[in-house]
Write a protein that binds this ligand. Structure first.
Ligand SMILES: [Zn+2]
Length: 131
């Protein structure tokens, strides 16, 4: 994924994301840097009315190299197949990676940053960042 032309905007987005999640920027940056063709596969970019309204992707487990989690993020919520989300209903690191990927897709396709204020589920959910 070419990231260079968007460095400043991506940085701002990551700062905003850290603020919304009440998470340290270092942790958000770590998740951002985890995204690579070997660890994240985009399954579908959902577009409606000239904007990216959601993304489906597979994220490789950081602990188990052969395990992939399937994530869907959109305006009305997010789902992941990992235990933290399916059993605990928590915002896991895969969902955060999904939001970061969604922003990248939106920037690449429409030059538009993802508006985090629309994602009310991000603020209200519990977070599980261990896996
Ligand atoms: Zn997950």
């Amino acid at each position: 994924m070419p990231q260079q032309p968007f460095d400043g905007r991506v940085k701002n987005f990551l700062l905003n994301l850290a603020r919304v999640l009440n998470m340290r920027i270092e942790k958000v940056l770590e998740l951002y840097l985890y995204v690579s063709p070997e660890t994240v596969k985009i399954v579908e970019v959902v577009e409606r009315g000239g904007e990216v309204v959601g993304v489906r992707l597979a994220v490789r487990s950081a602990r188990r190299q052969d395990t992939w989690y399937y994530v869907a993020v959109g305006k009305y919520g997010a789902k992941c197949t990992c235990e933290g989300n399916t059993l605990g209903g928590k915002i896991c690191r895969h969902i955060i990676i999904g939001v970061i990927t969604w922003n990248m897709a939106s920037l690449l396709k429409h030059g538009k940053e993802l508006d985090l204020s629309q994602l009310t589920w991000l603020r209200t959910s519990e977070r599980e960042a261990s896996e």
